[in-house]
Design a binder for this molecule. Structure first.
Ligand code: NAD
Length: 421
């Protein structure tokens, strides 16, 4: 059983503010609400210990409460040192869910929190970026025999898990929630799009209209960031390495060029690739005075911060989440949120309405794992199609939108080959 002392938060007096915000987010999470109502009667996760390593936000709190309602014994830790909402962490503890998360925690504390979550001896893991799963495999492999399975929330985590599987190191089944259509098409695109712009705006209060915004990576997150920056009147430039995506960006109406060219003209640079050293020393050396650098990819490696430090004579914090680097040639570059995902560092992360779908997938996949306990192999599975479609149907219905369905004649036509012109 969970010890209620099994938590580490910044300030317990923030709990009532956190509860209000969690309630507010819940209004925008009708699909999770339906699942919670069913879970409260069916208790599909009864007695199951879950360790969840997620951004500790209002939406995550609603997922954790839903899993608890389903009978699970849940512990939560942060999946990023700078994304925690301290009031939410405090509220979770009051709700009886131990939270181990403090905004701005150092790396040592971050891993201490992950280790506390693992000491819960999880039967299910919920991860965002795969730090919990890799720590479990490398430092606490003694606990793996308890584990039924787990889920992974983000692109970077899925990439890491697939590498583990390929190397023959993965020891229990995991579902790639990120790869559900009802996740990446909405959360990565519209969620990251809106909240990244929100994070940069809250940190800097810049006017987007007329700015040259360089988006590095035209994946699902990049699509959303570019779309929203364009909508605000920015001139958007895309830097890509993958030819099909670069071509798509061209036909979506953006300028596409190598980053070294874009570096000379951009006012704001936003990375979202899941890769490292995207903005490197060579780019920093040619940027305009006053250029703003932000990252919305999972880890803080997309902007080469050591290179930035090496070029700088001095550094000062000029606003919360804005560090001014003065380079030896006199130029100033502004790094936002210490290079960590800016939407969660300087804003509140994705709006609840989009996390409704991501976390509905999470809850239903965890239920699926329990139902299929022992039948799945140690590999990375896709979200079952029926879950993905169910989430879409429930979301549409919560929006009061009905759609058509295939007639028997159309169904037959679409599965036949004999009929042509
Ligand atoms: N901020 C958030 O809240 C949030 C939400 C979802 C995902 N993410 C993270 O954002 C990152 C991107 O996710 P995604 O779903 O868009 O991934 P994706 O795989 O759809 O897209 C990534 C793109 O980056 C491109 N890329 C890789 N290296 C590059 C380079 N050197 N230069 C230019 N482009 C390069 C790839 O070709 C690809 O098109 C991941 O780390 C993911 O985990 C963050």
């Amino acid at each position: 059983m969970i010890s209620t002392k099994n938590y580490d938060i910044k300030d317990p007096t923030l709990a009532s503010a956190g509860k209000l915000r969690i309630e507010w987010a819940y209004r925008e999470m009708p699909v999770v609400k339906l699942i919670r109502q069913r879970f409260s009667t069916e208790k599909p996760l009864k007695g199951v210990r879950i360790s969840a390593c997620l951004h500790v936000t209002t939406e995550t709190a609603n997922l954790a409460l839903t899993l608890k309602e389903g009978g699970a014994d849940v512990i939560v830790c942060a999946s990023n040192p700078l994304s925690t909402q301290d009031d939410v962490a405090a509220a979770l503890v009051e709700y009886g869910i131990p939270a181990n998360a403090i905004k701005g925690e150092d790396e040592k504390t971050y891993y201490k929190h992950i280790n506390t979550a693992l000491a819960h001896e999880p039967q299910l893991t919920v991860d965002d970026g795969a730090d919990l799963v890799t720590t479990l495999h490398t430092k606490r492999s003694d606990l793996i025999s308890n584990v039924i399975g787990g889920t992974e929330e983000t692109t970077t985590g899925v990439i890491r898990l697939r590498s583990m599987e390929k190397a023959g190191k993965l020891r229990y089944p995991l579902i790639a929630v990120n790869d559900a259509q009802t996740k990446y098409l909405f959360d990565n695109r519209y969620g990251t799009g809106q909240s990244t712009i929100d994070g940069v705006t809250r940190a800097t209060n810049i006017l987007w209209a007329g700015k040259k915004v360089v988006v590095c990576g035209y994946g699902w997150c990049g699509h959303g960031i570019a779309l929203r920056a364009k909508g605000l009147g920015s001139q958007v430039i895309i830097a890509e390495v993958e030819p099909v995506r670069a071509l798509e960006a061209v036909m979506d109406g953006y300028q596409v060029m190598p980053l070294l060219e874009a570096a000379r003209v951009g006012d704001i640079f936003i990375t979202s690739t899941g890769d490292k050293s995207i903005i490197d020393k060579a780019h920093l050396q040619v940027m305009k005075d006053g250029a703003i650098l932000a990252n919305s990819g999972h880890f803080n490696v997309e902007i080469n911060i050591p290179a930035l430090e090496s070029l700088a004579d001095s550094k000062r914090r000029v606003r919360p989440f804005v560090d001014e680097y003065t380079l030896s040639d006199g130029r100033h570059l502004y790094l936002l949120g210490e290079g960590r995902l800016i939407n969660l560092a300087a804003a509140e992360g994705h709006p609840a309405s989009v996390m409704d779908m991501s976390f509905a997938n999470q809850a239903l996949c965890l239920e699926y794992m329990v139902k299929n306990s022992g039948r799945l192999k140690p590999k990375v599975y896709s979200v079952p199609e029926e879950i993905d479609k169910q989430v879409a149907r429930l979301k549409l219905s919560s929006m009061g939108i009905n759609i058509d369905s295939l007639s028997p004649e159309q169904k037959e036509y679409l599965t036949s080959w004999e009929q042509g012109t």
